[in-house]
Design a protein around this ligand. Structure first.
Ligand code: ADP
Length: 512
């Protein structure tokens, strides 16, 4: 096992990796930007090194500097987390060339899966079903129209180098294709420095179901079942769960075998994820392979009972996987909500400020993977995801009830967050029935984000109650004088047997 690992990331995933290392008895080195000098990951690591100013292009993304730091402090390996340098083949190669271990797949596997078109070609060669479409960037609008007409509209334009939903355009009619191609190309060029765009059939109403795989250096590859990530906004996941209501043990075995075949074809080692679309007829299509640990990995950990980040490290250190495929059957149900600093009532506008107060949920089956604490400043330099709230329970219905309870316990004051939105989803009858697809959220976004008039009234009432309570507390401290009878009633009971605090909690208003 390694003695010391450099963690080339920040926020919740840096802490997640540090925790895994602590349990393995491995020392950790954090890196941080000037904006993160007092961040929790810096404090929790055994050592920490400042690597640059706040913009990630001058700090967390400067691979050469991180490698130099790793060598200087005597770290033997680098864990890249997700995002940042995690899927840059050149970085994996540079780490290896520097005589260090990259905790992730070989650079060649990242490359093979790095471009969507290359990954499609590899998948087709391995007999993996892909979404109908072409496998190379289109030359021009005429070619795109010709291809689109062979598959039929609607089609989806996708950036070959894509990620994070960038460079994607749905095109429903022939006449719209040329303009959509231009704008997809422009967006792709800006985001990835590569304007190659190809075309896929647009599948209506599918689910996003992905398979976790784990491979060692000795030829063992297992899959760890599926995660359902259909609750998406702008092609970005918001809520994930494991298992999926749409996946039977038989389908799990088939999709799992497909993911293992794709991983083998890429010469894959370490943890990776094959993403699929699952249509209403039970057909599934490979989308891409993410060659890193994913944000939503904890739901798999909870239902499969293993620590994926520790296994990433152990596999990178050369350990052989001691499992057989038959060891993995999902136990119970896990759900994850991404807690972001975005305001659902305002079109998910990013919110910035200082976390003034933070109360974390706890109790049975609740896990908080966060990167914030009271006093943390939330700016615009980094991803708005502050933390992940994850629950595990025996059934899906109980997991939803548990998530609801945990969200009600959570208080984050100082920035707007996605908390109230998640509460709405947990209360939604269609979500509770598991009747979701990747379009589900977008089609209901108004209902799931707009405050109801009743909620507004109750919110005002809750604010008034909080003010009164505060006044009473300060008055009590100053003079021990009894409070105004009328007002103390406001801070206590609603007259219907509920306290105002309980009403505020029930409406998901506390601290949101
Ligand atoms: P990115 O790498 O940019 O995230 P993906 O290929 O993973 O792009 O797709 C992101 C999301 O877009 C998927 O989870 C799914 O919701 C949607 N999507 C992708 N391809 C298709 C398709 N062919 N038909 C319908 N929806 C799609």
């Amino acid at each position: 096992m390694f003695k010391k690992i450099l963690v080339a990331n920040r926020g919740e995933i840096a802490l997640r990796v540090i925790r895994a290392c602590q349990e393995l008895g491995v020392k950790t080195v954090a890196v941080y930007s000037e904006a993160d000098a007092s961040a929790p990951h810096v404090r929790e690591a055994d050592e920490a090194v400042l690597v640059g100013p706040p913009p990630s292009s001058q700090s967390y993304l400067v691979g050469e500097r991180l490698i130099e730091v790793a060598k200087r402090v005597g770290a033997e390996a680098i864990h890249p987390g997700y995002g940042f340098l995690s899927e840059r083949a050149w970085f994996a190669r540079a780490v290896r060339d520097a005589g260090l271990v990259f905790i992730g797949p070989p650079a060649e596997a990242i490359e093979a899966m790095g471009s969507k078109t290359a990954a499609r070609q590899l998948a087709i060669a391995a007999g993996v079903p892909v979404v109908p479409g072409n496998t190379e960037g289109v030359r021009d609008a005429d070619e795109a129209i010709a291809i689109a007409e062979t598959y039929g509209f609607p089609v989806l334009l996708k950036a070959a180098a894509g990620g994070g939903g960038k460079g994607m355009r749905i095109v429903r009619a022939r006449d719209d294709l040329s303009a959509a191609l231009d704008s997809a190309r422009r967006e792709a060029k800006n985001a990835f420095g590569d304007d190659a765009v190809y075309l896929e059939k647009y599948i209506e109403g599918p689910r996003h179901v992905e398979i976790q795989v784990l491979a060692d250096m000795h030829g063992n590859v297992v899959h760890l079942g599926e995660r359902e990530c259909s609750v998406q906004r702008r092609h970005q996941k918001m809520i994930e769960e494991a298992p999926s209501v749409a996946v039977t043990p038989e389908l799990r075995a088939r999709m799992g075998a497909t993911a293992v075949a794709a991983a083998r074809a890429a010469g894959y080692v370490n943890a990776g994820t094959c993403e699929f679309l699952l249509d209403r007829d039970g057909q599934y299509y490979f989308l891409e392979m993410n060659t890193r640990i994913q944000v939503e990995h904890p739901v798999t950990e909870l239902v499969m009972g293993l620590d994926l980040v520790q296994w990433q490290i152990r596999v990178a250190a050369g350990e052989a996987l001691p499992f057989a495929q038959k060891d993995f059957t999902p136990r119970g149900w896990a759900i994850e909500c991404r807690i972001t600093s975005e305001d659902p009532a305002n079109g998910f506008l990013p919110s910035t400020g200082r976390i003034e107060y933070l109360h974390l949920p706890s109790g049975p089956g609740v896990r908080w993977d966060g990167g914030i604490e009271a006093g943390s400043d939330v700016g615009l330099h980094y991803d708005p995801m502050l933390a992940k709230l994850i629950v595990h329970a025996p059934t899906r219905a109980l997991a939803i009830a548990r998530m609801r309870r945990a969200l009600l316990e959570l208080t984050i004051d100082g920035v707007e967050t996605s908390r109230a939105f998640h509460l709405r989803v947990m209360d939604d009858a269609e979500f509770q029935a598991g009747d979701i697809s990747i379009q589900w959220l977008e089609q209901r976004i108004e209902r799931l984000t707009a405050p109801t008039s009743e909620a507004t009234v109750l919110q005002l009432a809750a604010v008034a109650a909080a003010l009164v309570a505060h006044e009473e507390r300060t008055a009590g401290r100053a003079s021990s004088a009894p409070s105004t009878p009328g007002l103390s009633e406001a801070s206590g009971s609603t007259g219907s047997g509920l306290t105002w605090a309980a009403v505020a909690r029930r409406e998901g208003l506390r601290g949101s």
